[in-house]
Design a binder for this molecule. Structure first.
Ligand SMILES: [Zn+2]
Length: 672
């Protein structure tokens, strides 16, 4: 039997042959492609010829292409459709891959070649993109410890391997806790819940094999339950289960993992000569320093906290009017905020929901991409990895651009949240490769035969992830290492958050927000109420988010805490966190920061990007409107197609002509 992962994929668009791949194939394929990647890297390192950009940097870019192809499939499946076998493989692969990446970056001969090129960079006749790739390549080696010697070198290798294991365990524990918990509901417990929540609770109960409906920890079920259920005890139980993920004691408890992770990160930064892990991490970001991040977060915090406190007073009065003694609690906030929204904005999620059909919102996201960038989508009938997935081909002027896969419904085998990943990235080196891009969400699946309806938040998420997808699909660079979303972390959310703005454009809503039963477009008055309500409760949302970002920064700026929960409490005390608001992600469930180090001391980056996206969309408002062709062209040229080919600050300036201030963000959130 040949391993389908190792053959040429003679499929439409060279999509992975999902139907032929079994979980057992991954192990052999990873071992084999890892071995050939190692051999290719060794060949580069031991090349007797003098180093050139081509025989060193370009050869390295190509060395692990086959491994990347296998892992691109594996990690997509492990996240979107996990099985026990896949989890086991994930645990087995993570130390192997960490060791490989360590071995590459710690290879002395290799680093010497790169360093030689770096010293000769002015005489190599490199174009701008090549110069950038060389700079990033060399910086990657240095930051990975290539210059370390002796014991420090060995210790650094151990730390990296251990951190990879801890990150995987953290994510798996969280998933286990999410799966473990559910709360069966009696028919009486459905009181006050809109039909869509009842339907979601029924299908969740059914999937779990309960007699009746149930609440689970899927965000798209638990959040509306907290918003609508008048039963305070049930809200409390559900909320406490939600925030306790990763902190339930026993085998899946993440608290000790967070402590060890922070300790190892701090030790690693010290080995590399940085003051703190945050200093190390932020060096490559647009923000550059922990001080710059703290400064931005506090500017926003100081406007958001009073707004949230004023809201808390109103909600506490509503609670008292309901005859409840005692303070407003965190499990009350969602419920009373929803009630108040109904009263003040007359905007009811349940009234709104029929207008946000999943299929129409997908069309809306595609239609905007057509008007802005001339992209055309065509549905594909190809085998995918799960029956809930759909695929489209994107073209422009008849030319193939990308394959896009949408995997929108929640299921037990999918990790929570929403994300975009490239199963294959765009590049030109070694052949013109167009990307395969996946958007994964966790929207509630409707009962058989009924249309899937989204909340407005879900629709935003869809646009958000599609913005990331555009960054991948429109990518036009030579080197994979700087392709698509391979940019600074605090720049990567700019395309996605910017794209959310098009959902708020009235002509987009008029065209695509179509009632599921009547087929009528959203009434002007409902749309106005919807758009007016967008700044509603932003004090709360901002406090939830900024507190998480400040805790993340504090964890990494300075010595590692002995007790992460105590440190979290200390930071929240220090900023006088409002009583009835919790961090958006409590530490034991803070996957951004602990299930891998991608957002470690970088959770702020969503807000950093928001400063830019608010300012960038203002450019359209100040120009010819949301579909201003000249601006769309600049957006594609300087941001969406450019990947990491230039410093992000340069890219932004090229698009906008200047850097943004925090004002457009505060205005957008109604906090000015
Ligand atoms: Zn994002």
């Amino acid at each position: 039997m040949t391993n389908p992962l190792l053959s040429d994929w003679d499929t439409p668009f060279q999509l992975p042959p999902f139907a032929e791949i079994s979980d057992d194939d991954f192990e052999a394929a990873v071992h084999e492609t890892l071995a050939s990647a190692r051999a290719a890297v060794d060949a580069v390192a031991n090349n007797p010829e003098a180093p050139s950009f081509e025989n060193t940097v370009e050869a390295l870019e190509l060395a692990d292409a086959d491994l990347g192809r296998v892992l691109g499939v594996f990690y997509n499946l492990a996240g979107a459709d996990s099985t026990e076998k896949r989890q086991e493989l994930q645990r087995a692969f993570s130390p192997l891959l960490a060791a490989y990446s360590s071995d590459v970056s710690m290879n002395k001969e290799l680093f010497e070649r790169v360093e030689t090129l770096w010293q000769q960079r002015d005489s190599l006749n490199l174009n701008d993109e090549q110069a950038r790739v060389l700079e990033l390549c060399r910086r990657g080696f240095v930051r990975a410890g290539a210059q370390l010697e002796g014991d420090a070198r060995e210790r650094h290798r151990e730390i990296k391997a251990r951190l990879a294991v801890l990150g995987t365990e953290f994510g798996q524990n969280l998933l286990a806790d999410e799966r473990e918990w559910s709360m069966p509901l009696s028919e009486d417990d459905l009181e006050g819940l809109p039909d869509f929540v009842i339907a979601a609770a029924r299908s969740a109960g059914e999937a779990l094999g309960h007699e009746g409906p149930a609440v689970t920890l899927s965000r798209s079920l638990i959040v509306p339950f907290l918003q609508f259920s008048p039963r305070r005890e049930l809200r409390k139980t559900a909320f406490e289960a939600w925030v306790a993920r990763g902190a339930n004691g026993g085998e899946t408890d993440n608290r000790e993992i967070t402590r060890e992770t922070l300790e190892l990160r701090a030790e690693r930064a010290a080995l590399l000569g940085y003051d703190s892990y945050a200093a190390y991490k932020l060096e490559t970001e647009m923000a550059k320093t922990p001080e710059a991040v703290h400064d931005l977060l506090m500017q926003v915090w100081n406007k958001a906290k009073p707004a949230a406190e004023a809201d808390a007073e109103v909600l506490a009065e509503m609670l008292a009017k309901d005859g409840i003694n005692g303070p407003l609690e965190a499990w009350d906030w969602f419920y009373y905020a929803e009630k108040r929204r109904l009263a003040e904005h007359d905007l009811d999620e349940a009234e709104l929901k029929p207008y946000f059909q999943l299929d129409r919102m997908i069309e809306a996201a595609f239609d905007c991409a057509n008007r802005l960038f001339g992209l055309e989508a065509r549905a594909l009938d190809v085998p995918l990895y799960h029956p809930d997935c759909c695929a489209w081909e994107f073209t422009r002027n008849g030319e193939h651009i990308a394959v896009f896969i949408g995997d929108y419904f929640a299921r037990a085998s999918k990790r929570s949240g929403a994300w975009c990943s490239a199963m294959r990235s765009q590049k030109k080196l070694g052949g013109d490769v167009r990307p395969i891009v996946v958007n994964v969400c966790n929207f509630a699946k409707p009962p058989e035969g009924e249309p899937a309806l989204l909340s407005y938040d879900d629709a935003r998420t869809l646009f958000h992830e599609f913005g990331h997808a555009l960054h991948q699909m429109l990518s036009d660079v030579t080197y994979e290492s700087i392709s698509g979303t391979s940019v600074a972390r605090d720049f990567v959310e700019l395309p996605s958050q910017l794209y959310e703005h098009w959902l708020e454009v009235p002509e987009v809503l008029e065209k695509h927000a179509i009632h599921a039963e009547t087929g009528e477009a959203i009434p002007a008055d409902l749309m106005k109420r919807l758009l007016d309500a967008q700044t509603y409760n932003t004090g709360f949302a901002t406090v939830e988010y900024v507190s998480s970002a400040l805790v993340d920064l504090a964890f990494h700026d300075g010595p590692a805490p002995k007790d992460t929960m105590a440190r979290q409490a200390e930071v929240l005390d220090g900023i006088s966190m409002p009583y009835a608001i919790r961090m958006r992600h409590a530490t034991p469930g803070f996957a951004h920061v602990f299930a891998g180090d991608g957002y470690a001391s970088a959770y702020y980056s969503y807000m950093w990007s928001e400063v830019m996206d608010a300012d960038a969309f203002k450019a359209f408002e100040e120009g010819e409107g949301p579909f201003d062709p000249a601006l769309a062209k600049r957006l594609e040229e300087h941001i969406l197609s450019a990947g990491g080919s230039r410093d992000p600050e340069e890219l932004y300036r090229a698009f906008r002509g200047r850097m943004p201030s925090v004002d457009a963000l505060l205005e957008g959130r109604g906090l000015l």
